[in-house]
Design a protein around this ligand. Structure first.
Ligand code: IPD
Length: 276
C-alpha cells in the first residue's frame, strides 16, 4: 500500500544520498578499474562499495525483500525477477564516464513488486540532480514535477543512442546502421554514456527518445518508472511491450515518435542471456 511504498522510498532515498556522497568523493580520485565481459565493460572499487552500502542498508530495513544488483550479478548472483518486492540496483551507471570523471553518472535504485515498478530513484551526485518517482504519484527532479516533452515529430526530436559495452561485430554494425538512418531525419543525436541518466532526461523533457539493445534490468528499473510517471512511453525495441529482463528498450516522449523510430530501426537481439 502507499504507506509501505513511502517507507521504502524514504529508506532508499537516505541510502542513495549516502551512496552519492561516496561517488562524489571517488570521482575526483584515482580509480581502481577491472574489466568484466570485455575491455570496455568496466567496474571500479566504487561500484562494488556503493552496491554493498545500498544492499546492506536495504536488507537491514527490509529483510524479506530480494535484490538484483549489477555487480552482484557480475560476481555470479542469480538475476531473476519474481513477484516478490525486489530492489534493482545499479550502483554507478555510466561507469566509463565515472572512470574518466565525466559528470554524467548516477546511482540508480528501483523497487519492483508483482512485476510492477513502485519506486525509482536516479541521483547524479556530481551535477546534484535527484530524480524520483513513486507509482501513481508523478516524477520529480530536485522537488519539481517533470514531464516528457511530448514531441511527436522526428525532425524535431533529440535522440539518445549508444553503442553500449558489447563489441559484437553484428551489434556494432546494427547500431551504426541505425545511427546513419536516424541522423539525417532527427534534430540531433546524443550519446550520454549512462542509460539511467538518459532515461531520467527523457522523463524531464531534455531529450525525446532513446533506444538501446544491451541493457541490464539495473540500467532501466528506475528510469522506466520515471518515464511512465512523466507521461512518456516505454516499449521493447520493436515498439511492442517492454520487458525489464529482455535488455532492449525504446523509450519516448510520445507513442507517435516511438512508432516512427521503431519502424526505421534494424533490429538486433542480444543472446537470451544478454551481452553484458
Ligand atoms: C552502462 C551504461 C551505458 C550503456 C551500457 C551500460 P554501467 O552501464 O548504462 O550507458 O550504454 O550498455 O552497460 O556498466 O556503466 O553501469
Amino acid at each position: 500500500d502507499s504507506a509501505e511504498i513511502e517507507q521504502c522510498f524514504e529508506v532508499a532515498l537516505g541510502l542513495v544520498k549516502e551512496a552519492g556522497q561516496v561517488v562524489r568523493e571517488a570521482i575526483k580520485k584515482q580509480k581502481t578499474i577491472e574489466t568484466k565481459s570485455c575491455n570496455v565493460d568496466l567496474v571500479t572499487e566504487s561500484d562494488k562499495a556503493v552496491e554493498k552500502l545500498l544492499i546492506e542498508g536495504l536488507a537491514k530495513a527490509f529483510p524479506s525483500h530480494k535484490f538484483i544488483g549489477e555487480e552482484s550479478t557480475a560476481a555470479g548472483a542469480k538475476c531473476v525477477l519474481t513477484h516478490d518486492p525486489t530492489w534493482i540496483i545499479d550502483p554507478i551507471d555510466g561507469t566509463m564516464n565515472f572512470v574518466h570523471s565525466l559528470p554524467y553518472t548516477c546511482v540508480s535504485v528501483g523497487l519492483w513488486a508483482g512485476k510492477e515498478a513502485l519506486v525509482g530513484i536516479i541521483f547524479n551526485p556530481i551535477l546534484d540532480q535527484m530524480f524520483i518517482a513513486k507509482k501513481g504519484q508523478g516524477a520529480y527532479l530536485n522537488g519539481e514535477r517533470i514531464r516528457v516533452s511530448g514531441q511527436k515529430d522526428l525532425s524535431q526530436a533529440l535522440i539518445f543512442a549508444e553503442m553500449g559495452t558489447s563489441r559484437d561485430p553484428e551489434k556494432v554494425k546494427t547500431v551504426l546502421t541505425n545511427l546513419t538512418t536516424l541522423m539525417p531525419r532527427a534534430h540531433g543525436l546524443r550519446d550520454c554514456g549512462s542509460a539511467a541518466v538518459s532515461m531520467a532526461y527523457i522523463a524531464a523533457g531534455f531529450a525525446d527518445i532513446l533506444f538501446h539493445y544491451g541493457l541490464g534490468p539495473w540500467d532501466m528499473a528506475a528510469g522506466a518508472l520515471l518515464v511512465w510517471e512523466a507521461g512518456g512511453m516505454v516499449y521493447g525495441l520493436e515498439g511492442g511491450p517492454f520487458d525489464l529482463m529482455r535488455r532492449r528498450v525504446l523509450c519516448a516522449s510520445s507513442p507517435e515518435l516511438a512508432q516512427e523510430v521503431a519502424g526505421l530501426l534494424t533490429q538486433y537481439q542480444p543472446t537470451p542471456d544478454g551481452d553484458l
